[in-house]
Design a protein around this ligand. Structure first.
Ligand SMILES: *Cc1c(COP(=O)(O)O)cnc(C)c1O
Length: 420
């Protein structure tokens, strides 16, 4: 009997993608097997030519990885319908990392002579892929502020070589947003492929497929896994046949496959996505309010604050302003380093989306190698701190921030402390 569709996000997150295990194991086991057995040569042939469904080799697919893929497809399309009002279908391919999934996206769709239109403040690895790898293959990138729709349209009309519109929203580290609906409309008028990096928002807060985009990408390393236990990436696409042929081929041949252990961790992590996101988000609001009225803070970039330039765009396309924010300390570089060094519970680390609150100081860490002038153009100032608000108890997060925000103590105070 076909199962009734689930009415809630967590039910989908917990149950979708799960298949009854041959040994009735409750959880899909970690299928640590590189290859799969054929009953006879005929069956091998049927599997290879696609007549019979079944696993062949784990670079191509593996039951633990399939469960993760199906879950992501279900979450990204939960409640989303296609042009005919039918539930939207997408296919997801799991990768070894977010960057591997992005490589498949680019190399599966673009060729020498094609161009990508995107905006600044992208994830650092993506920025470098566009600047340092793709140009060698003849694929160029145009960067404009896509929050200005007229500019975007002019750019698309002026350059017939643009084949893909690539959006990351919200984006690193100033938490900027671009309008997925308007940009997708524009892209589709000009036959562009539209891809969205949904890593910061997760499907719980934002579902780009609602607006007719072709691809949704995730670094599953972040909120989807949620516990910082594995690197991974997922690429979901609406053109099922293209996903099953060209994209599957590119994925298999570039070799950026995931593995059953990481997929297992991802599957368990995704089951709690809704409850984790609710807590991440509620904590983030409290942190933003606390920081905004703090005397040592110059500016807070949080989508929930009316002072954020993209507040209205986020209201339109996101369920909640989210768990990510950044803020600028009045004292610049020294204040930034001093603050980061004093943290006691919150974790000094790059990455995001773990249960633990993570803070990083772009000027001394992720963007250390970027010339000051260039990073300041993108709003990455010396005193900017990026924060992925965790799910600890809010009182502990706030008290750690409060004690770390105290201006640097005199050496006298240090002496008193060390003699206690
Ligand atoms: C981390 C991240 C990536 C890259 O993913 P990896 O899993 O590190 O390869 C891409 N986009 C965003 C927004 C990210 O945060």
């Amino acid at each position: 009997m076909p199962r009734k569709p689930f009415t809630g996000f967590s039910s989908v997150a917990i149950h979708s993608g799960h298949e009854q295990d041959a040994n009735y194991s409750h959880l899909t086991p970690i299928y640590a097997s590189s290859t799969y057995v054929f009953d006879d040569a005929e069956q091998g042939m049927r599997r290879f030519n696609g007549e019979e469904k079944g696993y062949i080799y784990s670079r191509w697919g593996n039951p633990t990885m399939t469960e993760a893929e199906e879950k992501i497809s279900a979450l990204e399309t939960f409640g989303v319908t296609d042009k005919n009002g039918e539930p939207l279908k997408v296919k997801t391919i799991l990768h070894a990392s977010g960057m591997a999934a992005l490589s498949t996206l680019m190399l599966g769709n673009l060729k020498a002579g094609d161009k990508i239109l995107t905006h600044f403040s992208l994830y650092g690895g993506m920025q470098e892929l566009l600047e340092k790898v793709l140009p060698g293959l003849g694929i160029e990138t145009i960067i404009v502020d896509l929050r200005d729709l007229d500019k975007a349209e002019k750019e698309i009309k002026n350059d017939k070589k643009i084949k893909m519109l690539y959006l990351e929203t919200p984006a690193n580290p100033t938490i900027q947003c671009v309008d997925i609906e308007e940009l997708t409309k524009l892209g589709k008028q000009h036959n562009l492929i539209v891809a969205v990096d949904n890593t910061f928002a997760t499907p719980y807060l934002q579902q780009p497929f609602k607006y007719g985009v072709d691809y949704v990408f995730h670094s599953t390393t972040k909120f989807l896994n949620g516990h910082g236990t594995a690197i991974g990436g997922a690429l979901s696409g609406t053109h099922i046949e293209h996903m099953e042929t060209r994209m599957t081929k590119v994925h298999r041949l570039l070799g950026g496959n995931s593995n059953p252990f990481d997929a297992f961790l991802l599957v368990q992590g995704m089951k709690t996505l809704e409850v984790r996101m609710e807590r991440h988000c509620n904590n983030a609001v409290e942190v933003a309010n606390f920081l905004e009225q703090h005397p040592e803070i110059k500016r807070v970039n949080y989508l929930g604050l009316a002072s954020h330039s993209d507040h209205h765009t986020s209201l339109k396309q996101m369920r909640h302003p989210g768990p990510m924010l950044s803020f600028e300390l009045k004292g610049g570089l020294e204040a930034g380093k001093n603050f980061i060094d004093k943290l006691q519970m919150c974790v000094r680390a790059v990455s995001l989306g773990t249960c633990d609150t993570l803070l990083s100081h772009p000027a001394s860490m992720t963007h250390y190698g970027v010339p000051k002038e260039k990073r300041e153009q993108y709003g990455i100032t010396d005193g900017l701190i990026r924060m992925s608000v965790g799910i600890e108890n809010i009182a502990d997060i706030l008290s750690d921030l409060e004690q770390s925000l105290q201006p640097a103590k005199s050496s006298n105070k240090k002496f008193i402390k060390s003699t206690l």
